[in-house]
Design a protein around this ligand. Structure first.
Ligand SMILES: NC(=O)c1ccc[n+]([C@@H]2O[C@H](COP(=O)([O-])OP(=O)(O)OC[C@H]3O[C@@H](n4cnc5c(N)ncnc54)[C@H](OP(=O)(O)O)[C@@H]3O)[C@@H](O)[C@H]2O)c1
Length: 286
């Protein structure tokens, strides 16, 4: 069995996806704005991900904007049959690289069509509604109106599955009353565990939970417990951070991001890093 297969699979986007996937945000330029300094290197990372067994890629047209979707299309189209591409709508970029809400029916509809065109698809596998009620974390407020727009685009056949991102448990409950929710993508890692109860609830109901910033995002994780466990297992601290999430719950699907083939290989090899009970206890208590 090759290493990535050891992460197991989860039914998502209508297919069995491997629990170790790839997040494409880091492939855009500095500040997730504009093109990367080395487009060939970005294309190589995407091709290596799929060659390494990844069949779940996370992206958005607001990365760049439009940059990561166009790189994905250039590197991977025509797409492998088993590949699930997850995108998100609900935000847009200002000319100063700021992240702005884009919730209106017109903006959401345009975003779905932009994603279709830039990815070169007739239908999007999964579209997350990314709440911008809070930019840096979830904030309460109804998501009914924008989600109803996405559900309408789903009925038109442009979107197969709808997900939510940067949302509170109350918004997940509201969303599930409006349409079927295939996944929830929120910030979660060893140092950021506010969603524990939500993860367990979604696991019971067979809904994927996709942690963003699994390695700490813009502030990479630093923890003596991670280093200690990594030292004992002959792994790297980043591999242990991913292995901890993989063991945390069966519905967790990982999308670590990197612009480097070496880091990508290291991250995919985390599938083979199975944490013993004592390491889990040590990390849970960290
Ligand atoms: N829904 C949302 O609101 C939201 C928000 C943020 C992100 N996301 C999604 O989540 C994905 C993951 O988030 P992320 O990429 O921002 O954060 P991340 O996966 O937590 O970490 C990425 C950072 O860690 C570094 N890195 C990756 N692998 C490494 C390794 N093995 N050793 C050392 N450093 C390593 C990367 O730098 P190098 O490039 O140098 O490897 C990059 O700086 C994104 O790609 C995006 O698709 C969603």
């Amino acid at each position: 069995m090759s290493s990535i297969e050891q992460s197991g699979t989860f039914s998502f986007g209508g297919r069995a996806v491997r629990r170790l996937g790839f997040g494409a945000m880091r492939l855009a330029g500095p500040g997730v704005f504009g093109p990367p300094e080395d487009p060939d290197a970005a294309l190589a990372v995407l091709r290596e991900a799929v060659a390494g067994g990844v069949n779940h890629i996370d992206t958005s047209d607001f990365y760049g904007p439009h940059v990561t979707n166009r790189l994905i299309r250039e590197a991977l189209a025509p797409y492998p049959d088993d590949l699930v591409i997850v995108t998100k709508v609900g935000a847009r970029r200002g000319e100063d690289a700021s992240w702005l809400p884009a919730f209106s029916a017109e903006e959401l509809t345009r975003a779905v069509h932009d994603n279709l065109r830039n990815l070169g698809l007739d239908v999007l596998d999964v579209v997350n509604f990314r709440s911008m009620l809070g930019t840096h974390g979830p904030a309460e407020g109804s998501i009914e109106a924008p989600l109803a727009v996405l559900a309408g685009l789903q009925r038109q056949g442009l979107v197969r599955h709808v997900g939510l991102s940067n949302v509170t448990p109350a918004q997940v409950a509201e969303g599930r009353r409006i349409c079927e929710i295939g996944c929830v993508q929120n910030q979660c890692n060893l140092a950021h565990r506010g969603d524990d109860a939500l993860i367990d609830e979604l696991a019971r109901d067979g809904i994927a939970y996709v942690p963003f910033f699994p390695l700490g995002g813009f502030s990479p994780l630093q923890s003596s417990a991670l280093s200690a466990v990594a030292g004992r297992l002959g792994a790297t601290p980043m591999q242990v951070a991913l292995a901890w999430l993989l063991r945390r719950a069966p519905n967790i699907l990982l999308i670590p991001g990197t612009s480097s083939v070496a880091h990508l290989r290291e991250n995919l090899a985390a599938a083979g890093c199975v944490l013993p009970d004592d390491a889990m206890r040590e990390l849970d208590a960290a």
